[in-house]
Design a protein around this ligand. Structure first.
Ligand code: DHE
Length: 539
């Protein structure tokens, strides 16, 4: 549908439904609305509906804009910008969309509390450290395992990257979001949107869930201590709600310390109850985690070197960076960390060695790098790149102020892509290609398409291909991950929960499809994490 036509429908719906603003909902409907809002909307729009990646959805603001229940229904059904077409994709049914339109025009319910005592109560060690293997008991090449998020199944599948065999399916938190690895790769740490953190031991005969804790009510990020001498000692979870971070013991997940991230916009503005922790990375230069505080626009350097088992003390250096920080990754040297401030169209750069905010690089509309892609370009030297949700562009940024100062912290190349709606890009030192998906593009054809650019010749037109069979399954291709050796890359076909789909495996040199991972268990596959690449930050 063309945007102009779309807006006519929204306008018509607004006029005809102008009287149908807030309508009383039964307590059961409010509960259902809260559930759907938490599952589908809160991530982008915030639990208090004040907006971040997505727009502000407070009822007064919606009413002021003249958006009636009918107009809101049209938007939820057809999608808008980077927002999925929840109705057209069959993810929300018409009665649920109807309910959500009324729910959004009703007062914002008070979100629940979750205290440190609740976290402690939820903590379970399934296999004590003393009963875990002291060396790998599996004969498989566990360093080339892939952990695959089966999003709506609340599961993580462990697949052998050599044989492509399913090794194990583990039940994890609701809509598990990402996996991160311990420094040695032995443990996968999973975090679910329900705030449940799990540790998965890959050294057991078969991968085993060894510990878990429900750290918060809504979370997106987890990482471990990777600095020399502290490997695997601690884990940290970044919470959306309540807005805080929690340090856990890296082996048992025992909760050690909870720190609120609520505060003032860049230390001086409005007070924010919802000031969420977005991406986290573990520094290789000091015993620190880099935490990105979304709404407040700060990057926190959390030093864990003085922590003892009683959880004291922890020092935090707060740096004002850019607002609405989201996802990001290391430059090639793993000294500079680049993070998208997606609502203000910028990439903030933090120097992990000096602990300083070094640059704010203007890019396109809604940058969304995942962890980005890094490589050594023949002219620009080491570069890092990000795609965009709302622009058909990939921004390539120079990241070598010492060797290539003329290009440092500048967009050295803005690559044209086939469509907006890119979510992830990825590469590997052994592949000549930079690969991109178009997961939230406005057309099903683009959703099913992948493109590859030559990293050494960004002016060459890309090789793009529609993945056969994806459109028939109503699947969107999402998230690229290379195997340990960088000889192939895997991409998920993300269809609905009731439709088994596939993971396509491509040759990293020829771009030819090598095989497909299929099976009844392959439902809603999204993020994939190769043990070696995740432990070593290779992307
Ligand atoms: Fe993600 C990374 C937040 C929706 C798949 N996502 C991240 C990170 C954040 C984030 C803060 C960085 C974590 C880190 O590095 O520590 N994601 C959010 C949201 O708030 C958002 C927009 C809305 C929501 O309701 O959750 C959201 N994310 C999604 C999805 O719908 C995706 C596509 C599918 C899914 O399984 O949920 C999705 N996000 C991912 C993946 C990564 C990620 C695969 C890690 C990329 C990587 O290569 O490291």
């Amino acid at each position: 549908m063309k945007w102009s036509k779309f807006w006519l429908i929204v306008l018509a719906a607004s006029l005809t439904g102008a009287l149908a603003f807030a309508q009383a909902l039964s307590p059961e409907q409010v509960e259902q609305g809260k559930q759907i809002y938490f599952q589908r909307c809160a991530g982008c729009h915030g639990v208090l509906r004040k907006g971040a990646t997505g727009k502000n959805l407070e009822p007064d603001k919606l009413k002021k804009e003249g958006l009636s229940a009918e107009a809101i229904k049209a938007i939820i059904t057809n999608g808008m910008g980077g927002m999925p077409a929840w109705g057209k994709l069959g993810i929300l049914k018409p009665d649920e969309i109807d309910l959500m339109a009324k729910f959004l025009l009703s007062p914002v319910p008070e979100p629940p509390k979750w205290t440190f005592a609740d976290v402690k109560k939820s903590w379970k060690v399934h296999i004590p450290v003393s009963q875990r293997p002291t060396k790998p008991e599996t004969s498989r090449n566990w360093r080339n395992f892939f952990g695959i998020v089966l999003r709506d199944m609340g599961q993580v599948a462990i697949v052998d990257g050599d044989t492509k065999e399913l090794v194990k399916i583990l039940p994890t938190g609701y809509a598990t979001h990402i996996l991160r690895s311990s420094a040695d790769g032995r443990y996968f740490y999973a975090i679910g949107r329900d705030g449940r953190a799990e540790a998965i031991d890959l050294w057991s005969k078969e991968p085993t869930l060894v510990a878990e804790a429900k750290v918060c009510l809504d979370a997106r990020s987890i990482d471990t201590s990777k600095f020399k001498g502290y490997e695997g000692k601690y884990a940290v979870v970044g919470c959306y709600w309540p807005s805080n971070f929690v340090v856990l013991d890296g082996q048992t997940l025992e909760p050690l310390k909870m720190v609120s991230t609520q505060g003032y916009v860049q230390s001086k503005g409005e007070f924010l109850r919802e000031d969420r922790v977005a991406s986290i990375v573990s520094s290789h230069f000091s015993p620190e985690w880099i935490l990105n505080i979304k709404e407040g626009g700060q990057t926190w350097l959390v030093n864990y070197s003085q922590m003892n088992l009683k959880g004291q003390p922890l020092t935090v250096k707060m740096i004002d960076t850019d607002r609405f920080l989201h996802d990001g990754g290391w430059a090639l040297d793993k000294r500079y960390f680049l993070v998208a401030a997606n609502a203000v169209k910028k990439i903030a750069v933090i120097d992990a060695k000096t602990g300083e905010f070094v640059a704010s690089v203007p890019v396109g509309n809604k940058p969304h790098p995942g962890r980005g892609a890094t490589w050594n370009h023949p002219k620009y030297g080491p570069v890092w790149a990000t795609g965009h949700i709302k622009d058909n562009k990939i921004a390539v940024i120079g990241t070598d102020p010492q060797g290539h100062p003329q290009y440092a912290w500048k967009v050295v190349k803005m690559i044209e892509t086939i469509s907006p709606g890119n979510l992830f890009i990825k590469t590997h030192p052994n592949s000549p290609w930079l690969i991109a998906d178009f997961t939230v593009a406005p057309t099903p054809k683009a959703n099913a398409t992948l493109c590859a650019w030559r990293k050494d010749d960004l002016d060459k037109p890309p090789v793009c291909w529609e993945v056969p069979g994806a459109r028939k399954l109503k699947a969107r291709m999402v998230h690229i991950e290379f195997n340990k050796g960088g000889s192939e890359f895997w991409v998920s076909a993300w269809a609905n929960k009731d439709t088994p789909s596939f993971i396509a495996v491509y040759d990293a040199i020829t771009l030819q499809e090598k095989t497909r991972i299929t099976g009844d268990w392959v439902r809603t596959p999204t993020g994939k994490f190769n043990v070696y690449n995740t432990a070593n930050d290779i992307y």
